[in-house]
Design a protein around this ligand. Structure first.
Ligand code: FES
Length: 170
C-alpha cells in the first residue's frame, strides 16, 4: 500500500514540470522575500500567469522549489481566491460585490453580465472566452459599480456599457 502511494506521488511529481520561464520567475520571487513561505503567492502566480490556473500537480513541485511543504502551499493556494485551481476562460471577469458597489449599481451590473454571458458566478462560457467571479472591494469605491477584466479595472460601469466593454476582449 505504501509503495503504491509513493509511486503515485512520484508520478504526479514527474507529470508537472516548471518551464524555464516559470522557474526563473519563482527563483526571482525568492530573492524578494526572507523565506519560501513569504514567496508562496508569487510562486503560485508565476504558474498561473503562464497556464491560466494552478493544477493540483503543480503544488508539490512548486513547494519543493520554494522549500516549504506541499500542505502549506496548498493552504495558501486554497485560501487566496485569486489563485485559480481549475481552468478558467481566456478572460476572467471579477465583479466587485462590496458595499460601495452595491450602492452604485452592483445588482444591475451583475444581472447584465449574467444575461449577456449566459453564465453565473464560478462558470465559464462555452466558447472558453470568459469566466465570471465575484470579488471583494477593488479599491476604487468612488468608481462603482466596478469590475475587473484580467488586469483592467472598469468603473463606473452601467448595464448599457457592458456589451461595448466585452467586445474589446476577443
Ligand atoms: S466597494 Fe467596489 S471598489 Fe470598493
Amino acid at each position: 500500500m505504501t509503495d503504491k502511494v509513493i509511486k503515485l506521488a512520484d508520478l504526479n511529481k514527474t507529470a508537472f514540470v516548471l518551464s524555464d520561464e516559470e522557474r526563473h520567475e519563482v527563483e526571482h520571487a525568492l530573492t524578494h522575500y526572507p523565506d519560501g513561505r513569504a514567496a508562496s503567492i508569487d510562486a503560485l502566480k508565476a504558474v498561473q500567469k503562464h497556464r491560466g490556473w494552478v493544477p493540483d500537480e503543480a503544488i508539490p513541485v512548486l513547494a519543493e522549489a520554494i522549500g516549504i511543504s506541499a500542505a502549506d502551499l496548498e493552504g495558501v493556494a486554497t485560501f487566496y481566491s485569486l489563485i485559480f485551481r481549475r481552468p478558467v476562460g481566456r478572460h476572467v471577469i471579477k465583479v466587485c460585490d462590496s458595499i460601495s458597489c452595491h450602492l452604485t449599481g452592483y445588482d444591475e451590473l451583475r444581472g447584465e453580465l449574467v444575461k449577456q454571458l449566459g453564465i453565473n458566478y464560478g462558470q465559464t462560457t462555452k466558447d472558453g472566452r470568459y469566466t465570471l467571479l465575484p470579488i471583494c472591494c477593488l479599491g476604487a469605491c468612488d468608481r462603482g459599480a466596478t469590475m475587473m477584466i484580467d488586469d483592467d479595472l472598469h468603473g463606473p460601469v452601467e448595464p448599457k456599457d457592458v456589451a461595448g466593454i466585452l467586445g474589446t476582449y476577443s
